[in-house]
Design a protein around this ligand. Structure first.
Ligand code: UDP
Ligand code: MG
Length: 323
């Protein structure tokens, strides 16, 4: 036990989703632990092992021997970053709950700063905002730029444009999040949407300390689709507008062809016919796909299946089920 534990309530929980982070874990602990011990307050670190298949679980178990503030949540299978985050937020007990990635792209030393700011100004949310992303790849920066541009249009201006999942929440904000019935939660959108008083701490985003990104393109697309369908029905309106536009284009073509015919010209038309058919077919497929995304969301919402199952919680020492 550290000498830091004086109070009987946990002031701070730090939730860290990790998926196959054996390489990053030692470096993370080396920086996180001094930063938290230095607070002189009671804290817990909730390490969410998102169904890792490498030595992450064994390393965590070892670490816990000498670090009593470390709490391990193990999900039964890989459920994704947002679901891992959800499980941690649902179980964390702190008066404030911070979340941070395991790869040291976000500096743990900023957590005490966030806590100070939240307490001093009575804030419920403190975002970690990246001052620049020069360490991310060009591709990542461009896709992220597009993502935040789109999301600010959907969620509103209160969404900081460079805030990921490095942030601090008050107990009240966590309870508000927990009360939402959404299934595929995208926290970086839901949190600003709550509308609690918020502040920002800017930081420099570093390179991943070790290992590779756990966000391949497929997961990025999934996150983007969940973000859009979870926050707006606007894309459905695109279908209507595409329909209106192609209807009038057709009408114009019809008038043109009829006039030409009456004037004694035959309009030659295999190519244009083919292009028009393909175009309309494409538009229709896109619209059906869009509809499908929303229906898929309704489908999972109706099933009400939990997005994760907790296989092990070191605070309980028993097997518990998901929420
Ligand atoms: N992560 C997770 N489950 C997943 C994918 C990622 O818990 O299925 C965790 C990962 O271990 C890391 C965080 O989510 O702590 C962010 O992932 P990563 O750093 O790979 O994403 P990037 O920074 O490349 O966007
Ligand atoms: Mg990362």
């Amino acid at each position: 036990m550290t000498a830091a534990v004086h109070h009987d309530r946990t002031e701070l929980s730090v939730v860290i989703p990790m998926y196959n982070e054996e390489e990053a874990l030692p470096a993370l602990v080396a920086r996180l632990r001094p930063a938290l011990d230095g607070l002189g307050e009671r804290y817990e670190v909730v390490a969410v092992d998102d169904g890792s298949t490498d030595k992450t679980a064994a390393l965590l178990a070892d670490l816990r021997e000498s670090w009593p503030e470390l709490r391990i949540l193990r999900l039964r299978r890989n459920s994704g970053h947002q679901a891992a985050l959800a499980s941690g937020l649902h179980r964390a007990v702190g008066a404030y709950v911070a979340s941070i990635d395991a790869d040291l792209q976000d500096p743990p030393e900023k957590i005490p700063e966030m806590l100070d700011l939240a307490r001093r100004d009575g804030l419920d949310i403190v975002y970690g905002v990246r001052d620049d992303r020069s360490t991310d790849t060009g591709f990542k920066r461009r896709t992220a730029g597009l993502y935040y541009w789109m999301m600010r249009r959907l969620v509103g201006k209160q969404m900081p444009s460079q805030a990921g999942d490095f942030r601090l929440l008050s107990r009240e904000a966590v309870e508000a999040l927990k009360s939402l019935p959404d299934q595929q939660q995208v926290y970086r959108l839901l949190v600003p949407w709550l509308g609690f008083p918020s502040g920002q701490v800017s930081y420099h985003r570093e390179e991943r300390v070790a290992g590779e990104t756990k966000y391949p393109l497929s997961k990025m697309i999934r996150l983007a689709l969940d973000s859009v369908t979870g926050f707006s029905a606007a894309p459905l309106r695109i279908a209507t507008w595409l329909g209106v536009v192609s209807f009038f284009a057709c009408l114009a073509m019809l008038v043109f062809c009829l006039t030409a015919y009456l004037a004694g010209h035959v309009v030659p038309g295999w190519t244009s016919l083919f292009v028009a058919m393909l175009f309309i077919g494409g538009v229709q497929l896109i619209c059906v796909g869009l509809l499908g995304e929303y229906i898929g969301r309704i489908y999972t919402a109706v099933q009400r299946r939990p997005t994760y199952f907790i296989g092990y919680d070191s605070a309980e020492r028993s097997t518990a089920s998901g929420e």
